[in-house]
Design a protein around this ligand. Sequence first.
Ligand code: CAA
Length: 246
Amino acid sequence: MKKVALVTGAKGGIGSSITQALVDAGFRVIATHHPKSEQSAKEWIKENNYSAESVQLLPLDVVDTAFCKESLTALLEQEGHIDVLVNNAGITKDTTFKRMTAEQWNDVINTNLNSLFNVTQPLFDSMCQHGNARIINITSVNGLKGQFGQTNYSAAKAGMIGFTKALAAEGARSGVTVNAIAPGYTGTAMVEAIKPEVLESIKAEIPMKRLAQPQEVAAAVVFLASDAAAYITGETLSVNGGLYMH
Ligand code: CAA
């Protein structure tokens, strides 16, 4: 029987590559999407020719604690357990701190950080009871190094790393590993939204002089999800072309 991976924000830039790579590695993927984007999620399934045995959609508002609890509890009843959870959903609302509104701050903290509580909590106990499970959190180079214009995003992404280490300590005795992947600037719509001249100056700072491909991030997810990574926990794996070495 196929192992089951739940990926949040699965049809997004990095999320869709993670989904594809997990499918290729033999997982059945439960792909979550915002309840408002059901139509585009269905189109994404069609475009990729995913069968029900390879990818199944699950509407999930990751900022809504009660929604997540109800929906993921029902999912567990149906599935028994989840082998791999990839907390990938994330947004940016970039602006300098002096211009940042409370809404821009809260939206990014809620979607990128508070979602970890909302999505992981309903699944964690079952993962511990079953054992040999994986939680993989997609953080960012900017959570490690800080980025001009991203106090909200850098704070949330750094918070994800603290969460990863603390939960790794709690999951270890049950064989539940908890790791983070910190992509650098990756060729997705999120990065393409940066003003061209700003993006050029960012690229110039990257030792490899190019963006990451989403597939390069997805490959790290597949590795951490594999049996080969069973003894790695609490780690943050950078995929950043040398942009930040720590
Ligand atoms: N360090 C120091 N100063 C900087 C700077 C930096 N990195 N970037 C800009 N500045 C300075 C500018 O030189 C400018 O100074 P002057 O006023 O003296 O000319 C001033 O700050 C204002 O800069 P902008 O003209 O860019 O200001 P803006 O208000 O038009 O835009 C911004 C602000 C939206 C934050 C814009 O700078 C920006 O988009 N920066 C990039 C943010 C970024 O990297 N986002 C990543 C998105 S992708 C992602 O998040 C995925 C991931 O995980 C990597």
